[in-house]
Design a protein around this ligand. Structure first.
Ligand code: SAH
Length: 258
């Protein structure tokens, strides 16, 4: 792979939040950056390792609150590249899964700024795995659909043997669950919600399409969370929530004196 040319942009998928879950390429580019433009989600702990002269611009989006609008983020990428900086756009998960990375890449290319896209571990698949839930499983589910809960849920194919993964699904959960239950999945179809995967607030809630909205309300479930719907949820192992990666301890353990 090539180096990181001054005057270019790297759209780096940071993975779902744990600092160990970025790719080697992503980490290399991050350490070589002059400017890093970051989101709220993603491995923010990695910013602590950057040299003091690296400019960090926080454009952190929260549900219904986007402090820096997307058009301005696009402009910031181009403006910094044009003055010869190496610009990393550090994003949560994969840049091309509900990350608006495609728009950012297009904008840079249209402005004549070279862009490299570094894929990331998407929360859509990694966060269910915290609870031991595989998105496909031989004899249980042969495929999956990843949706933003804002899209047409009634168009999702199949029944409980086709896994549905919802991102940004907390606020619309009651309506989404009712729509999915009205199809072949039915109210008994299992559902898991994994909140704040790899973060301090990591928590797994398991119910069915019939119960999950009330379960989530009772437990005060909050964004960010991944919702998984389908028979694969029966494979969940709540104990796995305590797997080593669940805390941010791996890096510091390694660095601790023996
Ligand atoms: N590009 C990202 C997704 C961005 S959309 C990716 O590939 O992962 C933001 C949504 O992703 C959140 O609303 C939530 O549904 C999900 N998400 C991202 N990180 C998460 C995490 N650590 N724990 C739970 N959900 C997460």
């Amino acid at each position: 792979m090539n180096g990181f040319a001054p005057g270019s942009v790297a759209l780096v998928g940071g993975g779902p939040g744990h600092p160990d879950l970025i790719t080697v390429r992503g980490r290399q580019l991050l350490l070589a950056a002059d400017v890093v433009i970051v989101d709220r989600l993603g491995p923010r702990a990695l910013l602590d390792d950057l040299a003091p002269d690296v400019e960090i611009i926080d454009v952190g989006k929260q549900p219904h609150h986007h402090p820096v609008p997307q058009w301005r983020i696009n402009e910031l990428l181009v403006e910094h590249a044009r003055v010869g900086k190496r610009v990393v756009r550090l994003k949560g998960g994969d840049p091309f899964v509900f990350g608006r990375g495609g728009e950012e890449a297009e904008f840079c290319r249209a402005a004549g700024v070279p862009v490299e896209v570094v894929p990331g571990v998407t929360s859509a698949i990694a966060v269910p795995s915290i609870a031991g839930i595989p998105v496909t499983h031989r004899g249980v589910a042969a495929g999956f659909t990843v949706l933003s809960a804002h899209t047409d849920i009634d168009q999702v194919p199949g029944g409980p043997e086709h896994t549905v993964i919802l991102l940004m699904g907390v606020s619309g959960l009651a309506a989404t669950a009712a729509t999915l239950a009205a199809g072949r999945r039915g109210t008994d179809c299992p559902v898991a919600i994994v909140e704040d995967g790899y973060g301090d607030g990591q928590r797994v809630t398991i119910g069915t399409l019939g119960t999950i909205a009330a379960d989530a309300a009772a437990r005060g479930v909050r964004s960010p969370a991944v919702v998984v719907v389908g028979d694969v949820v029966r494979l969940a192992d709540p104990e796995l929530e305590h797997a080593p990666l669940a805390s941010h301890s791996t890096l510091s353990n390694r660095e601790a004196p023996q």
